[in-house]
Ligand binder design. Structure first.
Ligand SMILES: Cc1cc2nc3c(=O)[nH]c(=O)nc-3n(C[C@H](O)[C@H](O)[C@H](O)COP(=O)(O)O)c2cc1C
Length: 220
């Protein structure tokens, strides 16, 4: 599965099979997380076989089942753009997990932060978590805004790479599926900006990663 196929195949999955993550997949994920941490100055951690983090009324209400493995997104509180970097590198790991045959769900609200087993160094905080495992299903496509709702560039003027990026951005997960972002073209550069509201900066990082991975072009 290439990256564009992974972007298309990824949907939030909240119900998992009660089984461990295969050792080779775990090793590959750990290596990807290590690289992303180095590049993004983050401290993301894969935590396996811990049923407590998702053992809460909210998680059950949100239909989580067998969510025993997760990636804690942790980073220094004073890191510039901590939220955006969390989104960007978290999504890189999410799409890699998809390529490894795993399913995921970004979670900022419906988990027990106090029971999260992440190790925090001085000055660090948990931004959010991502549940991960073998899904009971592959999830479903989310309802999406139309292309011209998030991008003012007329479709006939869009270079092919740009259009690929915008389409992939609309497939990205966003908190409560809010899709509060805008994409424009400045010269030959795509510029993505976040709207106002809770978690829109995490969303921004996620959307930027999807855009870049599908278009092959860095954005601002
Ligand atoms: C930053 C962020 C936080 C989220 N928090 C939660 C959450 O607390 N609980 C939950 O069930 N889903 C959560 N989600 C998942 C979104 O509801 C989901 O991504 C969105 O509805 C789009 O659906 P899709 O991921 O299937 O494309 C979150 C997603 C993001 C990006």
């Amino acid at each position: 599965m290439n990256i564009r196929e992974a972007i298309k195949a990824r949907h939030s999955v909240r119900q998992y099979k009660d089984m461990p993550i295969a050792e080779d997949a775990k090793e590959k994920l750990e290596e990807m997380i290590r690289q992303c941490n180095e590049e993004g100055s983050l401290h993301m951690q894969l935590i396996c076989d811990d049923p407590e983090c998702f053992d809460t009324f909210l998680a059950h209400y949100g239909k989580f089942k067998n969510a025993n493995h997760y990636i804690a997104i942790v980073g220094p509180k004073d890191l510039t753009d901590l939220e955006e970097k969390s989104g960007y590198y978290g999504e890189k790991v999410v799409l890699y997990a998809q390529q490894l045959g795993l399913n995921t769900c970004w979670v900022a609200g419906t988990y027990r932060k106090g029971k999260c087993k992440a190790t925090l160094s001085t000055g660090e905080k948990i931004v959010c978590v991502i549940s991960i495992g073998y899904g009971e299903t592959d999830g479903v496509k989310h309802r999406s805004k139309s292309l011209n709702k998030i991008c003012q560039v007329p479709e006939e003027d869009m270079p092919a790479w740009f259009r690929n990026g915008v389409v992939a951005a609309l497939m990205a997960p966003t908190a409560i599926n809010q899709q509060k972002f805008r994409i424009t073209l400045e010269g030959d550069k795509a510029v993505i900006t976040a709207g106002k509201g809770p978690m829109t900066k995490i969303d921004l990082g996620i959307v930027k990663y999807n855009f870049e991975a599908a278009s092959g072009h860095k954005c601002k």
